[in-house]
Design a protein around this ligand. Sequence first.
Ligand code: 6PG
Length: 275
Amino acid sequence: MTKSTTGDPVLGATRDIITLKSEKDGCMVIGPFSEAATPEVHVAQGPRAAAALAANEVIALVVATVGLRGCANIALSGGNTPRLLYQHLVALGRDAAPWDRVTFWFGDERCVPLDDAASNAGTAWHELLRPLDIAPAQVVSVPAGDPSDAATAYEALLRARLGQATPFLDLVLLGIGADGHVASLFPGDSSVDEQVALVRAVNAPPGHAIGQRVTLTLPMINRSRAVFFLATGVDKQAAVAAALHGACPSPSPAARVRPAGRLAWFLDAAAAPVR
Ligand code: 6PG
């Protein structure tokens, strides 16, 4: 482990950077950073334009990260909003980024079969991974079976692949619920206050289609080198405003996403907070 201070092409800033060499593929992982970043807020007119902005930034981050360290680890978001982002990434073409050097993880998963329409991995395979011809070995899905066992197993995979002591992801893609939930961290649930486990099994509150879920926790999300939120539609506006400008401490899980690295919001005009 070495500590250096350098201009980081991904973050475009100078920060104390601790470099860890991963055991497996010679891919170095860099982090954590010395302070939380100031959120960037990118607003486009409509959902497609917001997704296109996000897609361009994802491509730039992957290119820079792989160029810097030879690989990249990204956690994909759940829900429906990312579909437009995935479609833009596919439309940019397989050669737009060194996708064969990327390992794909999941920020959360509903405990359903892969072929269930509610499966986040199923959506990612259909909209992004298969169209980009991603090899199955590049995708680390949440294991099936008992949610608690799956959470334990997924955390073990993160530590085995990204560093036992302090595993980091290069990018976590997140959506946001109208209640301010991120991944499957729902307001008022004990998982939001988890300080040790990197992955937790949770039960979504009533009203959510799928109850049993597995989710990254804030300690894992906030270790990331970058977190990109994509939110569109007026139903998200209040949650986005609470996340960006809400009182501290905030009951909104989204407001507690403060990665050590870059934090960027990609919004359409409808979801953007009214100043
Ligand atoms: C999930 C997601 C969740 C999602 C929000 C927004 O598995 O449900 O991870 O956090 O991002 O609920 O969902 P939509 O994009 O469908 O509005």
